[in-house]
Design a protein. Structure first.
Length: 179
């Protein structure tokens, strides 16, 4: 194995490990979110007490779960796709489709989102934007920060997926792969 192959494999493994660890930690937000939503329902319908802060906390947790968990979902191959043809493709054809999709669609979209959200997020941080609702959470700027964070995490994992697929395709071209 050449130094370039070794470096790519190490980089891919490091990215995958980071994504696995963060994905597992982020998955715990679903339990916290379930508890918060249960509290909102119990307080509102059981005790006739409304809490805007708790409702917003549920929204923040939901947004965090999806935006920070998107890279983990990509790594697991669980993003929604129209697989009318994809499921019939060979492993190598899937590697081509996934690589082209990541390079042509996913990475440019994530770069656009990351750059387009910079001023949006920085303006929010500059004024420490809070909820527009009385009693709401004063952390809207943190919520908005999830937008570029999602774009960065997805881009990094997409890079790992492309490197893995290119390595698979190169092995196949050399005849080292059964796919």
């Amino acid at each position: 194995m050449s130094d370039a192959h070794s470096y790519c494999a190490s980089l891919t493994n490091a990215i995958d490990h980071f994504t696995d660890v963060t994905g597992r930690w982020i998955s715990w937000l679903s339990i916290v979110m379930m508890i918060v939503v249960s509290l909102v329902v119990l307080l509102r319908y059981g005790l006739n007490i409304g809490s805007i802060a708790l409702q917003e906390a549920a929204n923040y947790l939901h947004a965090s779960l999806f935006m920070l968990g998107a890279a983990y979902t990509l790594k697991q191959g669980q993003h929604v796709r129209v697989d009318i043809f994809y499921r019939r493709f060979s492993t190598l054809t899937r590697a081509w489709v996934d690589s082209v999709g990541a390079i042509v669609l996913l990475l440019p979209t994530m770069l656009f989102i990351a750059f387009a959200s910079c001023s949006f997020v920085s303006e929010s941080w500059a004024v420490r934007e809070g909820s527009s609702d009385p009693g709401g959470l004063p952390f809207v700027y943190l919520l908005k920060s999830l937008i570029p964070a999602m774009a960065i995490l997805l881009s990094v994992q997409a890079l790992a997926e492309v490197l893995r697929n290119l390595e698979r395709l190169m092995r196949s071209a050399k005849g080292d792969c059964d796919d």
